[in-house]
Ligand binder design. Structure first.
Ligand code: SF4
Ligand code: SF4
Ligand code: SF4
Length: 251
């Protein structure tokens, strides 16, 4: 890559919330356009180019058409970055992975279900192509996105936490959700969001996905205190982890 790298943004099956986070960068948008040249970004510009170095991809892969598109993007780009939990871990789309596919299709599309061919399981993009980096979350955190872009432009690996949300939650001195008789997947979820949902009085739903080795690196103090195992936490509350649970079975 010489000069300012060219960046392109793409969306597969998702709600476009991550792209919206970037479109709404406000004063930080200068940090972005100072370091990369954005050549494609459907949400904010009409121009499009297939000449790019870094591809940012939002959304999961749910049918053949999206898989082909993804493969083309991989061929064009030197660096591929997954954007948001649909892309990085299957995310919300993977709720259906443990359900009957025909039933799910009819629930969504009714009599027209056959007009929308789709796979029975939603996949993360790394299930289809090689992915170089991930920006986690649903939606992504803007500061983390800028950190990832800056790191890539400097030729460094971005620093993404691989410890559980409980670590940040304890530092923020929150009352634990289990203490409030609620269930929380913070002990097995990758930190990096500053435990923002628990700070607001709710729970961690796991949107940043599992830490790399939940059985070894889960927050043991919380698990011990409430008599839980990492496996029980992952199985009991699977809102975002559907694809990751499948992938772990194959390890
Ligand atoms: S990760 Fe969340 S915000 Fe991003 S596309 Fe999926 S549902 Fe939307
Ligand atoms: S289980 Fe949830 S609420 Fe309790 S410390 Fe961990 S992240 Fe915080
Ligand atoms: S607290 Fe959990 S659900 Fe909320 S942003 Fe962080 S990882 Fe996502």
């Amino acid at each position: 890559m010489s000069g300012k790298p060219k960046a392109a943004f793409f969306d597969l099956a998702g709600c476009e919330g991550d792209q919206l986070q970037i479109a709404n960068l406000e004063e930080k948008v200068l940090d972005l356009i100072n370091i990369v040249e954005v050549v494609s970004f459907r949400e904010i510009m009409k121009e499009h180019s297939d000449d790019y170095d870094i591809a940012f991809i939002e959304g999961s892969v749910t049918n053949d058409h999206l898989a082909e598109r993804l493969e083309e993007i991989r061929e064009n780009a030197s660096i591929v970055v997954g954007l948001g939990s649909c892309a990085t871990i299957g995310g919300i789309n993977s709720i259906r992975n443990s359900q009957d596919h025909e039933e799910v299709k009819h629930r969504v599309y009714g009599d027209q279900a056959d007009l929308f061919p789709s796979w029975d399981k939603a996949k993360a993009i790394e299930d289809v192509i090689k992915v170089d980096y991930h920006v986690h979350g649903c939606p992504i955190d803007r500061d983390e996105f800028i950190h990832v872009v800056e790191s890539l432009v400097l030729g460094k690996d971005p620093e993404i936490p691989n410890y559980p949300v409980c670590v940040e939650c304890k530092l923020n001195e929150n009352i634990c959700a289990f203490e409030r008789d609620e269930f929380c997947v913070g002990p097995v979820t990758r930190a990096g969001c500053d435990s923002c949902c628990v700070n607001e009085g709710t729970i961690c739903w796991g949107c940043r996905g599992l830490i790399d080795n939940p059985n070894d690196d889960a927050h043991s103090d919380v698990l011990e205190e409430y008599g839980l195992s990492a496996e029980e936490v992952m199985k009991k509350f699977n809102l975002y982890f559907g694809w990751q649970q499948e992938a772990r079975k194959d390890e």
